[in-house]
Design a protein around this ligand. Structure first.
Ligand SMILES: *Cc1c(COP(=O)(O)O)cnc(C)c1O
Length: 402
């Protein structure tokens, strides 16, 4: 069948979102609040929920997501770096405990103390720096001692734990620090039933008991991420740290789909089709002539590229909903744009293309993109770049940020 035989479907320019423009990431705060409640339903009422909003809220916007999560039942916020945590305070989130866990030598412990942050300490160098900052500010630092129970990343090895706990208690006696938390992180929680999960929980229990016998009275003990919150109740302790699930994404296909877990993906990534044109058979599409048209066809230009976080590894594979049909990336993803093969259809320029969303209206999901790019869903959403405006949908009210 030649292109001429394909009925031309004159689809109207979709103006569903007036703020679509070139492209936008719509963030549904109702969905995020729903996810907080769905996660809360899986933990005992006494267990607190930390909304992890590192990496700008996994690309969704840290401040807006933190605010929404707090209204729905989160009572802690978590970030990786101190700068991320300080930015939450600067944005007015002052009445909520904020834990930040990724410190490097020379980081602003003094500002963390002044801002009342909870700060993670894994090693003697960090304890020394936080104590020096406490002396300089004349205030007590809130610290969480982190145990390496098997992850082999950040955290204190069991062999060094006694010393770290002892020195922290000494500093606590001097009024420099208060050990407010004992915590750890799981290596294989995304694989339910992995023997390391139970083993890490056991090690964590014995390391916290050891610290408590030595005199630590933590406000919270915590080890669970989203995966463990969803699948490992014995890991809930006093607090769960949920990131990816908060945004409605399943931590891994092995745990289930978002729908199976009663989670609603909060981010929808859309773009306005910038050009639609016919190409003859045998014509290359985008750089490198890796993709050559077999027959005469139509192609559409999506004005998003790897600089916007569209993975180049999804070249030739990433799915895009155009009208009622899911099309695929044709040829390599370039820095600012990529093409889709429209198989002869000629949607009007300006037609909305949906890269991913909730998946309930035939659109692909972020997980589909993760699969197309041989990666995890975390990488898809966290990489959506600053050139893509976030549009917040909050109970029907739509606002463009920034
Ligand atoms: C990112 C992170 C989390 C959240 O993980 P999810 O799998 O997104 O729930 C929890 N704890 C730590 C230490 C983290 O770095």
């Amino acid at each position: 069948m030649s292109v001429q035989d394909v009925p031309r479907r004159n689809r109207p320019v979709t103006t569903e979102s007036s703020s679509l423009r070139r492209a936008s990431a719509e963030i549904d705060l109702d969905a995020l609040r729903h996810n907080v409640r769905a996660l809360r339903a899986r933990i005992a009422p006494r267990v607190q929920l930390m909304a992890v909003v590192k990496a700008d809220g996994y690309g969704h916007g840290a401040v807006r997501c933190a605010q929404a999560a707090l209204t729905a039942g989160a009572s802690w916020l978590g970030t990786a770096t101190p700068h991320e945590a300080l930015a939450l305070r600067a944005a007015g989130l002052t009445d909520v405990p904020v834990l930040c866990w990724l410190w490097a030598p020379g980081d602003p412990w003094d500002r963390g103390i002044e801002a009342g942050l909870d700060m993670s300490v894994s090693d003697m160098w960090a304890l020394e720096e936080v104590c020096a900052a406490a002396r300089a500010t004349g205030k007590t630092a809130r610290i969480h001692l982190k145990a390496d129970t098997g992850l082999g990343r950040n955290g204190c090895q069991p062999a060094d734990w006694r010393r770290l706990v002892g020195e922290a208690l000494e500093a606590q006696g001097d009024g420099l620090v208060k050990v407010t938390g004992l915590w750890s992180h799981l290596a294989c929680a995304d694989v339910p039933g992995h023997p390391l999960n139970a083993a890490q929980v056991d090690v964590f229990r014995s390391m916290t008991e050891q610290a408590e016998k030595a005199g630590v009275e933590p406000e919270v003990r915590h080890i669970a991420n989203s995966s463990a919150t969803l699948t490992l109740p014995e890991a809930h302790f006093d607090l769960v740290r949920t990131g990816v699930a908060l945004y409605g994404l399943s931590p891994s296909p092995e745990i289930g789909t978002s729908a199976q877990l009663d989670l609603r993906p909060a981010m929808s990534l859309r773009a306005s089709m910038a050009l639609v044109k016919r190409l003859p058979a045998g014509h290359g599409v985008s750089y490198g002539r890796h993709h050559v048209t077999e027959d005469e066809t139509t192609i559409g230009l999506i004005p998003l590229g790897y600089a916007d976080g569209i993975p180049r590894h999804a070249s030739g594979r990433g799915p895009v909903l155009v009208g009622d049909d899911v099309r695929q990336v044709a040829g390599p993803v370039a820095m600012d744009q990529f093409m889709v093969d429209l198989g002869g259809d000629e949607p009007e320029p300006g037609t909305q293309a949906v890269l991913f969303g909730q998946g309930s209206r035939g659109e692909p999901t972020a997980q589909d993109w993760a699969q197309a790019a041989d990666t995890i869903v975390y990488e898809i959403v966290t990489r959506i770049g600053t050139r893509v405006p976030r549009v917040y949908v909050d109970g029907g009210d739509e606002r463009l940020m920034p």
